[in-house]
Design a protein around this ligand. Sequence first.
Ligand SMILES: Cc1cc2nc3c(=O)[nH]c(=O)nc-3n(C[C@H](O)[C@H](O)[C@H](O)COP(=O)(O)O)c2cc1C
Length: 189
Amino acid sequence: MSELTLLGLCGSLRRGSLNRKLMLEAKAAFGPARFAEGDLRLPLYDGDLESEEGIPEGVTKLAGQIKAADAVVIACPEYNKAPPGVLKNALDWVSRTKGGPWAGKPVALVSATGGRAGGERTQFALRLMMVPFRPRLLQGPEVLVGAADEQFDADGKLINERNVTALRDLMAALRAEAEAARAVADKAA
Ligand SMILES: Cc1cc2nc3c(=O)[nH]c(=O)nc-3n(C[C@H](O)[C@H](O)[C@H](O)COP(=O)(O)O)c2cc1C
């Protein structure tokens, strides 16, 4: 089996994003893989823009990355108990592309928040948002990093054993899904 491809999406655009740190910890926990981060810095969805100029290049690229990935990890911030517009906007744009890139795709969600609950509500809302795209969304273990500004060391490593264990188990499950899907595809080829 050739090397797996893992795509990371982070719903925060800011440079110091704690969710990006968590996404990179998820990448490390996934194990050997080709990794890329999708760029969610896209124009706001606008039906006029779509009909006049077509699907933006960045959206086409993102949809292609999702389609080509063996697995996707989404690091989802919590803004007012829900996923940020950046992420919803990207999902809406990708839904306008052809080929159903999410269908059957192994996907894991993680979140890091300032609040203590670690993004339980944002993850639940994101699960609902993704239903139309029919990914293989892992049900757990949940990775909910609360009080996240206290949860990473200077190198961006998670310091709390409970978070480390949950992330390790979630990413092991994601890897198992990706490998199983790859084995089926290789057999069919
Ligand atoms: C508009 C906005 C709304 C927020 N709402 C919540 C919230 O509902 N729950 C929570 O735990 N943190 C909330 N926060 C704090 C974020 O969890 C915190 O800023 C976090 O670090 C953002 O993710 P990032 O570090 O990846 O950018 C909010 C932050 C912003 C900017």
